[in-house]
Design a protein around this ligand. Structure first.
Ligand SMILES: *Cc1c(COP(=O)(O)O)cnc(C)c1O
Length: 388
């Protein structure tokens, strides 16, 4: 099994067939599992055998989903969560103690930023941020109590790239746990563990589902750390539901073909936007003009599905563009088969000051575009009519 290539592992990693010899993996909607006798029950609770007890701990469907993701990421183990934020929070809460310190890139998902600045400080866990372009200063931010180095790449919504090899080296040298949010790249385009990450977290809600149906999250990585995350989570209750795991495991079977098409179309759309007179600049990892193009090429197989670009004319022009869009959806999701546009300055990041927005590469005219699986001609036609 472990020798299979990526696409094969995505399709052929599955549970053993039941007595019915079903081809597709069945859905196990059961909250608990039964025991043969008192001794079986004792041994199971003592963890002397590996088996399902209760679906907050594990369930055949979540196990199948986690095994697939772990193989794709090159990880030893994993645990699946109800949402991406469940994975991020539980990872941090399980691995950190009061008084510990995090060093993180400033460009992180909005709710992750809220964890770092509003909630973790309640337990005396502080975070020091570095700007993406100042990644060479990370070592100067490390304190004796620093335990985790955290980053996401490409970043949301700025599409900045962090050098995973560089982060891996620093984490190793200073004995830090490197946690990477790999949501935008997916394991098909980028495997952070190969560069030294200890834990990889995902919002499975995005490209892993890819069809805007279910929420989900997962953390995979070093077995000893996953064990801590598992023990924390099986007691605190953020587990993924069997139904969502069943949907997401099916989604993984098509991840490679979907992401290939997303990337192919996104590059064409990025090139179209870069040539458009109403657009100031475009940020897409595999455009030569991207400031971290060389790093993107080194660590990513393709450029991904998300593009950031700036429309001339600031906030008003950004809002006007959204109003003129006909086919693409105005929605907060991304990585969906349907193309989605958002204008962070007037929506998700409207409460930040202009200066704070610029810290995370959000200018007033910035539009985030998640390129879907529609015909690329239709996507470009919609953008073109909305820009003119
Ligand atoms: C959406 C997202 C999350 C949070 O995932 P949910 O499934 O919405 O909880 C975390 N990180 C990144 C980069 C995201 O885009």
């Amino acid at each position: 099994m472990s020798d299979f290539n990526f696409e094969t592992a995505a399709v052929r990693t599955q549970l053993e067939r039941t007595e019915f010899l079903e081809h597709s993996v069945p859905l196990y909607l059961t909250s608990s599992f039964v025991f043969e006798d008192a001794e079986d029950m004792r041994a199971s609770f003592a963890e002397e055998k590996e088996r399902n007890l209760y679906s907050r701990f594990s369930n055949p469907n979540t196990t199948e989903f986690v095994e697939k993701i772990a193989k794709m990421e090159g990880a030893e183990a994993g645990y699946a969560f109800a949402t991406g934020m469940g994975a991020v929070f539980s990872t941090l809460a399980a691995l950190l103690s009061a008084g510990d310190h995090i060093v993180s890139a400033r460009s992180v998902f909005g709710s992750t930023h809220a964890l770092f600045t509003k909630f973790l400080p309640k337990w005396n866990i502080e975070t020091t941020y570095f700007k993406v372009e100042d990644a060479d200063t990370i070592e100067s931010l490390i304190q004796p109590n620093t335990k985790i180095l955290y980053a996401e790449t490409p970043t949301n919504p700025g599409i900045d790239i962090l050098d995973l090899e560089h982060l891996g080296k620093i984490a190793k040298k200073h004995n830090l746990i490197l946690v990477i949010d790999n949501c935008f790249a997916t394991p098909y385009l980028q495997t952070p563990i190969a560069f030294g990450a200890d834990i990889v977290v995902h919002s499975a809600t995005k490209l892993i589902d890819g069809q805007g149906r279910v929420l989900g999250g997962v953390a995979v990585g070093r077995a000893d750390l996953i064990r801590e995350i598992y023990l924390f989570s099986r007691n605190t209750g953020p587990a993924m539901s069997p139904f969502n795991a069943w949907v997401l495991s099916k989604s993984l079977e098509t991840l490679a073909v979907r992401v290939d098409r997303h990337c192919e179309s996104a590059l064409k759309v990025a090139e179209f936007l870069e040539a458009h007179e109403q657009v100031n600049w475009v940020k897409y990892p595999f455009l030569k003009s991207h400031p971290q193009y060389e790093i993107a090429k080194k660590q990513m197989k393709k450029g991904g599905s998300i593009i950031a670009f700036e429309i001339k004319g600031g906030v008003a022009a950004g809002r006007n563009f959204l109003n003129k869009i006909k086919m693409c959806s105005l929605s907060a999701n991304l990585g969906d088969s349907r193309s989605i546009v958002t204008h962070p300055a007037s929506t998700t990041h409207s409460k930040l000051s202009v200066e704070d927005r610029l810290e995370v590469s959000i200018t007033d005219g910035l539009v985030r575009l998640s390129v879907g699986l529609e015909s690329v001609e239709d996507i470009i036609a919609d953008l073109n009519q909305a820009l003119s």
